[in-house]
Structures are given as C-alpha cells and as structure tokens.
Design a protein around this ligand. Structure first.
Ligand code: ZN
Length: 79
C-alpha cells in the first residue's frame, strides 16, 4: 500500500515540475514576443521615413531606409 502512495507522490512531483517548466517556457516566449514588438525605429536621413533598426542601412551615425537613399544622400552631401 505504501508503495502506491510513493508512486503517486513521484507521479505528482514529476507532473508538478513539468507544469512549472512549461509555464517558465511560455513566459520566456511571451517575453521574447514583447521585445520583438517594441522595435527601435530609425529615421532615414534622406526621406525622413522611419524604418525598423534591423531593416535600416546605416552609415556612421546616419541611417537610411534603403541602399539607394544612402547613396543619394552621400552623393548630395559629399561636395
Ligand atoms: Zn529614405
């Protein structure tokens, strides 16, 4: 009889740990979604359009929405 109680206790412990780990994993996923949504926006120096940081083309302290705007800006401000 005590063996059954022990098995039940082990089963409950495993279930409890599993549930806790699953909740932790879910929280981590939600946290990463949160940071993915709050993205940094950078302003294109050529056309003033805001673009996400990971899509922006950077040149020194300046940022551009596209490679062509970077070239255009550098051409305009070079001479
Ligand atoms: Zn632009």
């Amino acid at each position: 009889m005590s063996r059954i109680i022990l098995l039940a206790a082990i089963g409950f412990a495993v279930y409890y740990i599993y549930k806790k780990l699953a909740a932790k994993k879910l929280a981590a996923q939600q946290a990463s979604n949160e940071s993915g949504r709050a993205q940094v926006m950078l302003k294109c120096a050529q056309c003033d359009v805001h673009v996400p940081k990971q899509e922006a083309i950077s040149s020194g302290s300046l940022h551009f929405c596209s490679e062509s705007h970077k070239n255009l800006y550098l051409k305009d401000h070079h001479s």
